[in-house]
Design a protein around this ligand. Structure first.
Ligand code: ADP
Ligand code: ASP
Ligand code: MG
Length: 401
């Protein structure tokens, strides 16, 4: 019998009515003859609310205790969905991440899955049960509860699909797949029916919230096909769309596929007294448990980016980075910056894409503070207020013609 893994995000399980609808969908999948594992997120904005509560108690909550707190959000949903399924006559059982055998490293709040031992899930599937798994969490080798970084239920779903050799991994949310830009920012964004792992990973790492970057990296390593769908589309609806994420998609080279804006970043810069400045930036980041993006060392100075959703105690970390002599620009600063990226393949094979990107910024009256490019991505750092307008302008230039 084929195994399918379905993941339902926070908006899909935001209240009891929606949990009931998810239960109906799961019953329908069972009726098609599949063994079904369902990964759930916390209801609605629960994770944000729990985080805000912890921050009300302390501006710098210990990350271990945050994981104890935040992992509860997904456990509420898993139990309610199991109850809703049993109410519908479907045999179902819920498991936490640790009961599901999800073993991680011990980086609290942003842990990485090291191994999955899904024995209990396999036993329950063999008994004919639907297994509901609390997403976004695991257990470290020290037997501590960990969470997998914001949006980490996607990672749970992909990791379980790999460990269970599932036929499909279906990710359900409030959009019917991946678009050429965030439809909330760019109403003209176009739906993509198929997308390669590399492009989606670049999009996710540039800050597109639609799928978690670690989940896409996992899918790419394990060759798991992801089907991104909208929960509110009825199962079997011929008009419903999806995005299939897989390896074989070969987009036109030198073409921009998507535009991504990210305002939830901090920019670190330091003096050019090499190599000490670079070394001390890396050492502080390491000590404070902060992953750095695009760390760079040139004769003009050192710089790096931090994705703020990955750092729950940013005030403490920012103070430590400033104390080490770094200039920290974050959303609290008067001249806060945001990143706007175009993503594609072979973007630097000719200089023209980069020049076109800069020309669009110029027409928008937007002077980039920094520019970086690779074959798959061109990123401009711009003032925060200019980011959405530039995202729309780049989308018009590259994705609407
Ligand atoms: P869930 O809670 O179900 O995991 P998320 O909120 O994490 O859902 O992701 C879905 C959201 O991602 C959408 O509401 C959309 O605004 C946003 N998004 C950002 N970039 C894109 C994109 N390129 N394509 C589609 N959705 C995107
Ligand atoms: N509930 C977690 C979050 O809000 C994980 C997830 O939804 O994927 O980040
Ligand atoms: Mg998500």
């Amino acid at each position: 019998m084929s195994v399918i893994v379905q993941k339902y995000g926070g908006s899909s399980v935001a209240d009891l009515t929606r949990i009931g609808r998810v239960a109906d969908r799961v019953v329908a999948a069972r009726a098609e003859g599949h063994q079904v594992v369902v990964v759930v997120s916390a209801m609605g904005k629960t994770t944000d609310e729990l985080l805000a509560m912890a921050r009300d108690v302390s501006a710098t909550p210990p990350r271990r205790e945050l994981d104890m707190l935040l992992s509860v959000g997904e456990r509420i949903t898993m139990a309610l969905l199991a109850i809703a399924l049993q109410q519908r006559g479907e045999d179902a059982i819920s498991f936490t991440g640790s009961q599901s055998g999800i073993l991680t490293n011990d980086r609290h709040f942003d842990a990485r899955i090291i191994e999955v031992r899904p024995y209990r899930i396999e036993d329950e599937l063999a008994r004919g049960r639907v297994v509901i798994v609390a997403g976004y969490q695991g257990m470290s080798y020290r037997r501590e509860i960990t969470t997998l970084g914001r949006g980490g239920s996607d990672t749970t779903a992909v990791a379980l699909a790999a460990a269970l050799h599932a036929d499909r991994c279906e990710i359900y949310s409030d959009v019917d797949g991946v678009y050429t830009a965030d439809p909330r920012v760019v109403p003209e964004a176009r739906h993509l029916s198929a997308l390669g792992y590399t492009e989606l990973q670049e999009m996710a790492e540039s800050g597109a919230k639609v799928l978690n970057a670690e989940a896409v990296a996992f899918a790419r390593r394990e060759r798991i096909q992801i089907h991104a769908r909208r929960t509110d589309d009825a199962p079997g609806d011929a008009a419903a769309r999806e995005t299939v994420v897989r390896a074989e998609v070969s987009p036109a080279p030198r073409r921009v596929r998507a535009v991504v804006g990210d305002a939830h970043v901090a920019w670190l810069r330091g003096p050019a007294d090499l190599p000490t400045a670079f070394d001390s930036m890396l050492a502080v980041a390491d000590r404070e448990g902060v992953p750095l993006r695009a760390a760079e060392w040139t004769s003009a100075g050192v710089s790096a980016w931090v994705s703020l959703p990955r750092v729950p105690d940013w005030e403490r970390v920012a103070a430590a980075l400033s104390a080490a002599g770094l200039t920290v620009l974050d959303p609290r600063s008067a001249d806060a910056v945001a990143c706007v990226s175009v993503v594609g393949d072979g973007l630097t094979e000719e200089g023209s894409v980069l020049r076109d990107v800069l020309a669009v910024a110029g027409v928008e009256g937007c002077t980039p503070r920094a520019v970086s490019s690779s074959a798959f991505r061109i990123t401009l750092a711009v003032s925060r207020g200019a980011a959405d307008g530039l995202t729309r302008a780049l989308h018009r230039r590259f994705c609407e013609s």
